[in-house]
Design a protein around this ligand. Structure first.
Ligand SMILES: [Zn+2]
Length: 197
């Protein structure tokens, strides 16, 4: 197993993500974990690393099974970084590399894992407070937020700006964490097939 404590650009960009996947397979790792924070603070990953090592090396469970469980104890990491899991399944003639991305979501501050804007695009207030408002059923889990600055949109008469955050189709919600209203979310990024060496 490989833990990559590099800054997130290694997995955030398509070309470097492909390079990382090639390297994991060619070096013969069965699994790898990477982080997508722009400036990764490795100290925030310690809970997750301990949780994985304990469950995989001491209890003997496969990493695909233990990672979602280990993430439940890692709310602080979630506010800082997403997590990538690469697993390699080796067959007689080919190796299959599967990539899964985990992001942390909170219903009020990171709907569907997406951080809300720090600055309002209409009134330009920085560190703006966003209020979640009810969305009619049948909108595919979309969430709506409005700017709480009382003067937002006053000059133009448009009123406070409203933003919609859509739920990705392939997003799966893991079991809720200790922080109320939050959960890690799983996004399958597909598989690649390599010839066995
Ligand atoms: Zn505003």
């Amino acid at each position: 197993m490989l833990f990559l404590f590099a800054c997130g650009s290694v997995v955030r960009h398509e070309a470097s993500l492909t390079n990382i996947q090639d390297t994991i397979v060619h070096l013969g790792f069965s699994s790898a974990v990477a982080f997508d924070a722009e400036f990764l603070q490795p100290v925030l990953t310690s809970n997750l690393v301990n949780g994985i090592v304990e469950r995989v090396y001491i209890e003997g469970y496969p990493i695909q099974m233990v990672l979602p469980e280990a993430l439940a104890d890692c709310t602080r990491l979630g506010g800082h970084s997403g997590v990538f899991l690469f697993t390699v399944e080796t067959g007689a003639t080919q190796r299959i590399l599967t990539t899964i991305k985990y992001i942390w979501g909170h219903r009020d501050i990171r709907p569907w894992g997406q951080p809300l804007p720090i600055q309002c695009p209409r009134c330009a207030v920085i560190l703006v407070e966003w209020k979640r408002v009810a969305v009619p059923h049948g909108q595919g889990g979309s969430q709506q937020f409005i700017c709480m600055n009382g003067a937002c949109g006053e000059l133009t008469g448009e009123g406070p700006v409203s933003i919609h955050i859509a739920k990705l189709d392939n997003l799966k919600i893991l079991k809720p964490g200790k922080c109320e209203g939050s959960a890690w979310l799983e996004i399958a990024l597909g598989s690649r097939i390599f010839d066995s060496a």
